[in-house]
Design a protein around this ligand. Structure first.
Ligand SMILES: C[S@@+](CC[C@H](N)C(=O)[O-])C[C@H]1O[C@@H](n2cnc3c(N)ncnc32)[C@H](O)[C@@H]1O
Length: 258
């Protein structure tokens, strides 16, 4: 991510640089107008926005890894009360300042928390959850996704870096131990581990393929309802067996000490 930041053009106090989000502020000011990915993440939001209600009045939303708050502010503009969390105090300072510039402070609560802290968050599950650009930064992605699923009552929007390709294999209910070559076939859910750095960032740990993202979503008790753009999924609550639910809950309790 370090290579994807912008120093801004004086739209914000210099101590808030560098910026990953290009926020559009009153008076035409932008926090990262020279972002290497273009008008980011407005371009991604345009793919997600049609999949969320235009009126979110009365809804509660959670933005995990909120960064400078681009998505948080879009949800707040639609009327949601948003809890926005991030581990990085620098990004939370940006978001706090921008909430003031945008006059959205009353709709947005910013807290320095990580995704694993959801295990002990004393909140009802949320109507809308955004989990964008975080999964591959985690050493324990499935633990995190299970916690995110627990926190989701309505819609989850998930975005992650993936391996190239769109293949998806219909995997069997069971596989003989002698047939493990099957798991080498393109489209079998798979995730590449990154021991060193990717794009100069040592916090990039995993690159799942699309089949793996969707399979992980399903085993977390959610279902994919739309795939509106490259590396983006819209999910809702799905079905999971009683056995699976109990196994996952016991693991989450043990892993998080709650
Ligand atoms: C690639 S940026 C994505 C920002 C934003 N969600 C987006 O999609 O544009 C990753 C963000 O996740 C945050 N982050 C990293 N690890 C996290 C964790 N364990 N829990 C919550 N946020 C985390 C980073 O500080 C950073 O703001």
């Amino acid at each position: 991510m370090r290579t994807l930041q912008s120093r801004g053009d004086g739209a914000a106090p210099p101590e808030l640089s560098p910026w990953f989000h290009n926020l559009h502020l009153p008076g035409g000011r932008q926090t990262a107008p020279d972002h290497p990915l273009g008008d980011f993440p407005a371009t991604k939001w345009s793919q997600i926005a049609p999949h969320l209600p235009e009126d979110l009045s009365g809804a509660r939303a959670l933005d995990i890894g909120c960064n400078a708050g681009f998505y948080t502010f879009e949800l707040a503009r639609r009327g949601a009360d948003v809890l926005a969390i991030d581990v990085d105090a620098h990004y939370l300072r940006q978001a706090r300042w921008a909430a003031g510039e945008l006059g959205l402070e009353k709709r947005v609560e910013l807290r320095q928390l990580g995704v694993y802290d959801l295990a002990r968050l004393d909140e009802e599950p949320f109507d809308v959850v955004l989990f964008m650009g975080v999964l591959y930064h985690l050493r324990h992605p499935l633990l995190a996704l299970d916690l995110v699923a627990e926190a989701t009552a309505g819609t989850l929007v998930l975005q992650t870096l993936t391996l190239p390709g769109e293949e998806r294999l219909e995997t069997p209910d069971d596989l003989s131990i002698d047939d493990r070559d099957e798991m080498r076939r393109p489209g079998w859910p798979a995730m590449a581990f990154i021991e060193h750095e990717l794009a100069g960032d040592p916090t990039n740990w995993w690159a799942p393929d699309v089949a793996c993202v969707e399979a992980m979503v399903r085993t977390s008790g959610l279902k994919v309802v739309a795939h509106p753009g490259h590396e983006i999924w819209v999910c809702r609550r799905g079905r999971r067996s009683k056995w699976m639910t109990e196994v996952v809950r016991a693991e989450l309790d043990a892993a998080t000490g709650r």
